[in-house]
Design a protein around this ligand. Sequence first.
Ligand code: PA5
Length: 468
Amino acid sequence: MGAQIRLDINHMMNDYLGGHGIDKAEIESMIPALKKAHASVEAGRGKGMQGWMDLPCNQTAIVAQILESASQIRDEFEYFVVLGIGGSALGPAAVQQALNHLHYNELPKELRNAPKLYIEDNIDPERMSALMDVIDIKKTCFNVITKSGGTAETMSQYLIVLDALKQAVGSDYKKHIVVTTSETKGFLINIAKEEEYQTFFIPDGVGGRFSELCPVGLLAAAVCGIDIQALLDGAHDMDVRCKSDDVTKNPALMDAALMYIAMNKGMNISVMMPYADSLRLISDWYAQLWAESLGKNVTLDGKPCNVGQTPVKALGVTDQHSQLQLYSEGPYDKVITFLKVEDFRAKTAIPHGCDDVPSIAFLGGKSHNQLIEAERAGTEYALYKSQRMNQTITLPTVNADTIGQLLYFFELCTAYTGALLNIDTFNQPGVEESKLAAYAVMGYDSEIHTAKREEMKSRPERKAEYLF
Ligand code: PA5
């Protein structure tokens, strides 16, 4: 087992925040509800949409296949392009940013020792042509990732790439496409079979935002030289740490309790603020996980509700110079989660200089490692002083093991919080509604899309007085 990540919740508590924090008694009063939430998450382990809980331990054969495929891709291609959106893109991007060089694609080939990686989620019309400008399609492997196999963004990208590949390499196009999709649902699996594409499966019980630790994320990571077994081992370690239904012994359950109490006190915003560029995209991944899982309008008993907490992405130190003023003095509606790195993978010493300006000369002989942590500690203090709920997750260092721990910690915390809110954590009807409406707008003629088009016509006309 590697070094463990740690959660510090001191500055969530009223011991530090006067009336703006949480009382220990409030957590204690939740113990029966917390035990129930823990039991319900455990009861669902591996069932329904909780297949993600098995991923750290049930993929030995898949990991071997992924490693073999990744090694071939590394030998044969210079570019690896992920086509996917939402859960099919945010995890691969977050893990790549965390675990590879911050300028990975710009590194010389011999230092990278693996293909350049591009993750193409959006369908901005300029984006695909921009991609084509920087890759050599004859040397590119495309990983088409979509669980439903029908997401318009990804499948339209697939059609564009297929056409371009056929023009560039003729019948060899099949060797340039790897598909990651559901084995049992959607159209892409049938296309993949007909075309004999190499295929990896997204287990039925693993939803998009919980899919980073299955082939969705593992293939791109392995292609780029990331130790995927260590990622899974880290996740497994976190799973073991969170086995207990005693909130004082289960960090993810404790955090779920705090976030739940905080939400009930009007903390409608969850700010994720890593103090490390490598963790910047963890905030994007977390934003989808937290927002899509917890933003719901009906309880499991069918009662109307409007719950959830809006995730906000921030980066330390950068956003101290942008958002911190609001966090310190604006409304009491936020919980700020710092991600702190103890031991960075590089040390940047600050040389001596500007001797006649004492306040700048003072920095000489110190390091960016010291400065970034001092800035984080300073921000933590400022938030404490203005009585704002904040907590810190410390990564001893950023490696595959600690990232596996971190991802699984947030997944478990999300599942526990959803259970406390008594909602379906694993569906996304609001997302499905927009997918359906978009196809209806595009003019697709299936029964449900035609019905949706009709329904959309019942929206009142836009009023001229509101148009400027
Ligand atoms: O979490 C989810 O399920 C969604 O955000 C999906 O990841 C996203 O909509 C993409 O879906 P698909 O993988 O089916 O293309």
